[in-house]
Design a protein around this ligand. Structure first.
Ligand code: 2AM
Length: 182
């Protein structure tokens, strides 16, 4: 049996509300299938179909990942006509977030997992099946203090994807380093 897996930043309930509020004008202006608020996430590393028997070694290497907490500012939106999604994202993806992604792939490499050769474009999808999206307004920026990351399983149901967080790991600032630097 295979599981479709990915690592993601998984917002808490209050943040989901703030993200949904920020996305509202964009969703109002564009046509498509709205991603339910409970499904909001930002993918860090997409693994694809992984044999369930590999889950334990995957969890074990992930536990060795060391990265500092950071502050994400979701302050922009965009639309990709290819995958037909509209999304929220960051003007400036923090260095500490890039470092987390790099640390994840370094830990995963010995297990044979490789990142997609296409550039990593961090985003949080809010609308699917969106053919055009020319809304040019600004979203209300959302501050997201990131203190953990999650391994998520995705099941494709007739009603759309269903996600389950299998495990999450805390981000810990190395000793002597201030968490959430400005
Ligand atoms: P999306 O929201 O733009 O579709 C689960 O499918 C998560 O992994 C989603 O965040 C999805 O991005 C992302 N994802 C799916 N396929 C991917 C791929 N080939 N490379 C990178 N991310 C992918």
């Amino acid at each position: 049996m295979k599981l479709r897996l990915f690592f993601a930043l998984w917002p808490g309930p209050e943040l989901r509300d703030a993200l949904a509020a920020a996305a509202r004008p964009l969703l109002g202006a564009c046509r498509g299938r709205r991603v339910p608020k409970r499904n909001y996430h930002l993918t860090l590393a997409f693994l694809g179909a992984v044999p369930a028997a590999r889950l334990e070694e995957l969890r074990a290497v992930t536990a060795t990942v060391s990265a500092a907490p950071f502050q994400l500012l979701l302050d922009r939106h965009g639309h990709w006509p290819g995958p037909r999604v509209a999304w929220l994202g960051c003007r400036q993806f923090p260095g500490a977030a890039e470092a987390l992604v790099a640390a994840l792939w370094s830990a995963l490499a010995p297990l044979g997992f490789q990142p997609d050769p296409r550039p990593f474009r961090p985003h949080l999808t809010v609308l699917r099946g969106c053919r055009a999206c020319d809304w040019e307004g600004a979203i209300t920026p959302v501050d997201w203090p990131v203190s953990d990351f999650a391994l998520v399983r995705s099941d494709t149901l007739p009603t759309g994807p269903r996600y389950a967080v299998l495990e999450s790991w805390p981000l810990q600032a190395p000793a002597g380093v201030e968490a959430f630097p400005g």
